[in-house]
Design a protein around this ligand. Structure first.
Ligand SMILES: CC(C)(COP(=O)(O)OP(=O)(O)OC[C@H]1O[C@@H](n2cnc3c(N)ncnc32)[C@H](O)[C@@H]1OP(=O)(O)O)[C@@H](O)C(=O)NCCC(=O)NCCS
Length: 379
């Protein structure tokens, strides 16, 4: 019989470990990476700098940032076998399932696979962050019947991703918007996928196994998959005028509206505030603010009916669409940016490890005698 106190459903409110990476104040809607406010990082930082911050706990000097950029450039090209995975999976495969399999394969091929030391974990983290954009862009092109485009050595990770996806160089505004989105999604405390990564790492399994677990968890619609469902919802709505009525009907039918609600935030998710502005400006820039306006309408209706605040996924859907990014890679893009946070969590877990093995409350039958097969009656 269990002697521990039962946790609330979904482990809500349970502190599952200590971390120096991310602090979320769900009441005031504040999010900090290693003490730096996400608002400042979105304004002034870059994805590369944010990854460095998460891995080292401090912002890099100019020389350290240049060295990281060099290291990332060196690893942009993954082992070519990853393209066999994409081709074998075919055009209709779920891109998150393909990514999960590619990362798993890269783990089997990694020279540091059996080494969980700090240095080896850091090298694997840099390789994964460098390669994941190439994997996502190349897989999308293969699924479109095209060939992957090789990464360039003169571009940032954000610019390279847009280039590898489209085959043309993105402009500065697009790169900035995408870089901000990567910074905003990079880390978020003990969310489901990070917890999955830490549980795997805590068995002293390797970095790639932990990241494979995390990708599997992020794939679900209640986590990373929500941004794609937001876009599906927007496509269902004919115009802003009919949005309140349609949303009301959906809520009456107990339908969950994706992009709203959060386990931690009791106010607006600060990432949604920043992405709302980008959604609007990217829409204006593309000469089509329809997705932004529809999203605003949904936001107002859900607030009025349910008092629920938007989360990070609500405005990333319209922002990505205005950037011309296909809906089916929204969740892989989330994985691309969260790779920085996941890998930082694995490094942290390996540094000060204890097996994560919670208890469960037994709710099954009381002890009973075994019934031989011939003595069992059909129910
Ligand atoms: C994120 C989420 C899973 C958090 O869930 P949680 O902390 O377990 O909260 P619950 O699922 O227990 O929901 C609490 C109440 O709010 C309602 N609610 C929460 N999110 C809702 C949503 N997006 N749409 C409609 N109702 C919602 C629930 O129906 C429930 O209402 P009830 O008490 O009347 O039954 C949940 O808000 C959700 O499913 N959101 C949509 C998916 C999403 O956007 N995920 C991305 C998160 S960043």
């Amino acid at each position: 019989m269990s002697t521990v106190v039962a946790a609330k459903g979904g482990l809500e409110g349970v502190v599952a470990g200590a971390s120096a990476l991310c602090d979320i104040d769900g009441r005031s809607g504040r999010l900090l990476y290693c003490g730096y406010d996400i608002v400042d990082l979105a304004e002034h930082s870059s994805f590369e700098e944010t990854a460095y911050l998460l891995w080292h706990g401090e912002l890099p000097t100019a020389a350290e940032l240049a060295e990281l950029a060099r290291e990332l450039r060196e690893h942009l090209d993954p082992h070519p076998a990853v393209w066999d995975v994409a081709r074998t999976a075919g055009p209709d495969a779920n891109p998150m399932a393909v990514l999960r399999t590619q990362v798993s394969l890269l783990g089997a091929l990694d020279g540091d696979a059996a080494d969980n030391s700090d240095d080896a974990d850091r090298r694997k983290a840099a390789r994964l962050v460098a390669q994941v954009g190439t994997l996502v862009a190349g897989t999308e092109r293969i699924q479109q019947g095209l060939d992957p485009i090789a990464p360039r050595q003169d571009l940032s990770l954000a610019a390279n991703f847009l280039y590898m996806l489209r085959g043309t160089l993105p402009d500065a505004e697009e790169v900035r918007a995408f870089d901000v989105a990567l910074v905003l999604h990079a880390e978020h405390g003990m969310n489901a996928s990070t917890f999955a990564a830490r549980v795997t790492a805590a068995t002293l399994s390797d970095m790639h196994s932990a990241i494979t677990s995390a990708i599997g968890a992020l794939k679900g619609p209640l986590h990373g998959g929500a941004n794609e469902r937001v876009m599906e919802l927007l496509r269902e709505l004919p115009d802003p005028a009919s949005t309140p009525k349609l949303i009301r009907e959906m809520l009456d039918r107990k339908r969950r509206i994706m992009g709203f609600g959060h386990r931690v935030y009791r106010t607006e998710d600060p990432r949604a505030t920043i992405l709302r502005r980008w959604s609007r400006s990217l829409g204006e820039r593309a000469g089509d603010t329809r997705w932004y306006e529809l999203t605003r309408g949904v936001e107002q209706a859900v607030m009025e009916e349910k008092g629920l605040y938007p989360n990070v996924d609500l405005y990333s859907a319209s922002a990505y669409t205005s950037l011309g990014l296909p809906q089916r890679i929204f969740t892989p893009i989330f994985a691309m940016s969260r790779m920085a946070g996941w890998t930082a969590n694995v490094i942290e877990q390996h540094r000060d490890n204890r097996l994560i093995r919670p208890d469960s409350d037994y709710i099954g039958p009381a002890p009973r005698d075994y019934v031989p097969l011939d003595a069992r009656s059909a129910a």
